[in-house]
Design a protein around this ligand. Sequence first.
Ligand SMILES: CC(C)(COP(=O)(O)OP(=O)(O)OC[C@H]1O[C@@H](n2cnc3c(N)ncnc32)[C@H](O)[C@@H]1OP(=O)(O)O)[C@@H](O)C(=O)NCCC(=O)NCCS
Length: 425
Amino acid sequence: MDRALEIRPFGPDDDIEAELDLRRRAFGPISGADESTWVADMRDVIDAGQMLGVFDGGRAVATARYYAMRQWWHGRPMPMAGVAGVKVAPEERGRGVGRALMTRLLADLAAAGYPVSTLYPSTLPLYRSLGWENAGGRYETVIPAHALAALTAADPHLAPGPRPDAAAASGAGAASGARAASARAAERATVRRAAPADASAVIVALDAAHQALRDNGPNTRDPAGLVRWLDDPDHFAYLADDGFLSYRWADGHEEVYVEYLVAASSATARAFWQILGSHATMAGRVRACLAPEDPIGWLLAEPTAVTSRTETWMLRVLDPAQAIAARGFPSAVSLEVAVDLRDKQIDANSGLWTLQISAGGGKLTPAAGDTGRRALRLGARGFAALFAGVPLATLRQAGLAAGDDHADEALEYAFGGPAFMYDYF
Ligand SMILES: CC(C)(COP(=O)(O)OP(=O)(O)OC[C@H]1O[C@@H](n2cnc3c(N)ncnc32)[C@H](O)[C@@H]1OP(=O)(O)O)[C@@H](O)C(=O)NCCC(=O)NCCS
């Protein structure tokens, strides 16, 4: 920065109109109900002390915020700071303001004890220079709505209860047999409409699902953050013990846009898809934010679902020892490897470490006095990408990993992947 600008938390007494103006100039127009919701969201963030501003004589010329979230790694949650709304007034760009703001935010997040942070980037160099790296994706699957009318039945050899051959023997056609089986399975799931008062129950259901599915990457927010969403009459939400569905109309009523479809059991998944498929009389397609390997591809009768990665998110591991201790690992993996980690921004992370993984858990401990040992060499960016399941083969080719490779294959299996999120912030 070329002059004395002050970086400090954006407080309740600072001018929220200045933040709204910055937001409009950085990300485009916002008005009406969207503006009211946005201002209410910002007030919550500001009250929680989670927005940083760069001030020129009391006027905000740049801001960035974070949300206190939890992120699931191989089915275990850890605190995660979700960074959003990084913006500098156009006339101040290219002078180091953004870098100064993000450098301070990084230090604040590390000091606050977050093991990890994520963000959706619109540009990479700034975040890379501070140790964030491409880590996971957000995936959308588009399905013709009519294709959801009859999901394939479970393999008859595996399904409990009476064999579906009975339906065939009674003269029912294959499609109506599949429809009946699908409806029977859906009936077994207890799915109900979710209201604002269900916010805590939604979090409990999502927790149960992410744990059961051993998910890598999805985040949850606190129940307070969900209430406004569940209260919006244009969002339709359904809750099961092991799942959550939320969707809205898009493109008039041509599309059903699914923000969340998380279901740990087959019965809940089928119940949710049946609700969505019931809109086929009005909607031409369902666009759903899903896990990249969501079972819908196996439930549809024809190859009509098209999945694409619509966004990439970056990860920063702020406290590697804490992050490794908090995440889950496949219980079949047992390994020990020396890791030579260099973190230019957070000195305490640099050094020679021993990474041990066994019995579904991990440990990263300093390998003091053992500096001659062969080690896997990583910077903060390589460590973040490995943590998110990016294969070491990829990281070596990208120049983000070097050194000892004896444990590469086991490490790739241990960290899994691909990581994904539903939430866009
Ligand atoms: C992206 C943004 C926050 C950067 O802030 P800034 O004050 O202009 O950035 P700085 O001057 O501190 O530069 C920091 C680094 O960002 C990168 N950078 C800056 N402007 C950039 C641009 N327009 N395109 C790509 N990279 C850019 C450079 O790598 C620079 O590093 P360097 O100085 O070593 O070359 C700012 O340009 C902005 O508000 N853009 C519009 C909103 C936006 O896209 N926000 C990001 C949302 S994820």
